[in-house]
Design a binder for this molecule. Structure first.
Ligand code: ZN
Length: 395
């Protein structure tokens, strides 16, 4: 029959776009079949992005088009339009918050992937969106359309479980069985469940959004079976329901091809953030939160050859998401005196070297000393600082 997309329904009183879809699907007349649940993360630097910058879409199969449109029309007016103008819950960043501007789209047919690729890699305006069969609302139409347009060439899964209205309403601390989570986290098909380095739980959001947890996995079955196992534990609070979404998380869809460059110089800034200027003029930023990337960037010296990837920010600098050293330029030092082992000193340009002890002279030359990089191969930020879209390099 067609595709429904939804976005930008986050708001302070505890909304989230996945939950808005969950509620809609619970109320849809039973003569419609829903499949291909999708959760799509979009351009991380979008100025009006919502908290997680995620949009959702589903395919709906059924006979009665008019009945479905009547249902969507009334659902929009009673449940989604009232969310317009509410301010999103802070995601602990100090960036400007925009009031939510929900959008819903209906396409009779699946659309070309072009719009998705624009939306995941740059700022897009609503006028660029392909026209839907029917659309409702404002800015959210962009993400809603992108979610329908996603070609799902590369994908992972996330099973989302929502809290009951009572738990959300009373603002209770989330209860998730941490022993079972540890067990699940050790399975090779799941990923990004915990960050052992910072000892943080990555499946549960903070704040009063209705999501209890979202379990990421490489396969549908793994997402479904493991999230059921977690939800069924007596140590996990009651849930309202679960949907397994196919997602573009951990696909690198937002990134261009890897680039290589030679380092011109590095500047270490506040909290260890590093600005790496390349010989080609490109400026790379390794932020304090980027962990191993920051440490490797601090170690770089002029002339080193590196491989990197990241997104270009509005100031044209590239915010590094992975970094690797191809070739470290060796350090140069003067040789030692063969007699007394003191380091030889230069007597000036085009002059020989002289031993500071025995005054013997030697031809001017350098000795190369290999520098041993602190990491071999790609480094990425710690799990709790990685973008949803970033693919672990170990894959
Ligand atoms: Zn000497």
């Amino acid at each position: 029959m067609g595709w429904l997309g939804l976005d930008d329904t986050d708001h302070l009183s505890g909304g989230c776009t996945t939950h808005a879809l969950f509620e809609l699907l619970q109320s849809i007349p039973s003569n419609y079949e829903v499949q291909s649940h999708r959760l799509v993360r979009l351009y991380p630097f979008a100025s009006r992005r919502t908290r997680g910058n995620a949009a959702v879409a589903v395919e709906i199969i059924g006979e009665d088009y008019d009945e479905l449109m009547t249902f969507l029309e009334s659902w929009w007016a009673s449940k989604l339009l009232p969310l317009k103008g509410l301010i999103s819950e802070s995601d602990m960043s100090d960036r400007q918050q925009y009031p939510s501007d929900p959008g819903m789209v209906w396409f009779n047919d699946k659309i070309s992937a072009d719009f998705y690729w624009e939306c995941v890699s740059r700022e897009v305006t609503i006028s660029e969106a392909p026209e839907a069969t029917k659309s409702w609302g404002g800015n959210g139409i962009i993400g809603a359309t992108a979610a329908v347009s996603w070609p799902a060439l590369d994908y992972t899964y996330e099973a989302i479980c929502w809290r009951t209205k009572e738990s959300v309403g009373m603002g209770k601390t989330r209860l998730v069985d941490l022993e079972r989570l540890a067990e699940i986290d050790s399975k090779p098909e799941t990923f990004m469940s915990r960050d052992l380095r910072s000892n943080s739980i990555l499946v549960s959001p903070r704040g009063n959004c209705p999501v209890l947890f979202g379990l990421r996995a490489k396969t549908f079955d793994s997402a479904k079976i493991n999230s059921q196992y977690l939800a069924e534990s007596s140590m996990t609070e009651a849930i309202d329901g679960m949907i397994v979404f196919q997602t573009n998380q951990a696909t690198d869809d937002h990134l261009p091809e890897d680039s290589t460059a030679f380092v011109e110089n590095i500047t270490i800034k506040r909290r260890g953030t590093v600005a790496v200027l390349c010989k080609c003029g490109t400026l790379l930023m390794a932020f304090a939160e980027s962990g191993d990337i920051k440490l490797l960037a601090q170690w770089l010296k002029p002339g080193d050859q590196i491989k990197y990837n990241g997104l270009q920010s509005y100031d044209k600098s590239i915010h590094l998401e992975r970094l690797s050293i191809i070739k470290a330029l060796p350090d140069k030092r003067r040789p030692k005196c063969l007699e007394c082992n003191a380091t030889l000193k230069s007597m000036g340009s085009d002059q020989p070297l002289r031993c500071p002890k025995c005054r013997q002279q030697f031809p001017a030359e350098w000795e190369c000393v290999e520098r041993k990089p602190p990491y071999i191969g790609w480094v990425q930020p710690p799990k709790d600082s990685m973008r949803h879209l970033a693919k672990p390099t170990s894959w």
